[in-house]
Design a protein around this ligand. Sequence first.
Ligand code: NHR
Length: 184
Amino acid sequence: MIRLVRSMTGDHPARAVLVGSNDPEAGGLRKAGDLGVPSFAIDHRPFKGDREAFEDALYARLAEAEPDILCLAGFMRILTPGFVSRFEGRMLNIHPSLLPKYPGLHTHQRAIDAGDGEAGATVHLVTAELDAGPILGQARVAVKPDDSADSLAARVLVQEHRLYPQVLRRFAAGNLDRLDLAEL
Ligand code: NHR
């Protein structure tokens, strides 16, 4: 999230208008404020599993900022089709696997368990189906023989920080062509 906010300056076609979280304790909320971007949290827990009521509260805050693009970054609540439809074609997510491999959770351990030689991250458009929307970009990393899920996650994160700002910049300029990055 911080890398995205920091990237949106100068000749970038977009500007960060609002940062939100479902976790009132999320460190990114204060960091966003430090960067001059308003932030808010809607805690999902009091909604006790009523996803639509949670999303209505979330949407009410988002709509005030009239965003053109919504970027998920570490957002871990599955969104209902109703919420997704409100941002159809303009909501992005970064997922820590080479989709279509390993949608969902525990991606790095699953790549290691499968003996994969490479792993990575994918930026995709969010659709109602989890981690299945059109792919906008991928970054690949080599899996090392002694990798743990944590060590692999750390190397993939470096690539996530390269990939997501580049994909967002292109997307905001109207370029939906797929971007492929290799580890430097
Ligand atoms: N919502 C839709 N409709 N489509 C997508 O592609 C989405 C989405 C919401 C979040 C991010 C995704 C990821 O990058 C994302 C993509 C959470 C879960 C999950 O199982 C799965 C995938 C992603 C995010 N969430 C559990 C839930 O019940 C909670 C898990 C937890 O809190 O640890 O919402 O990986």
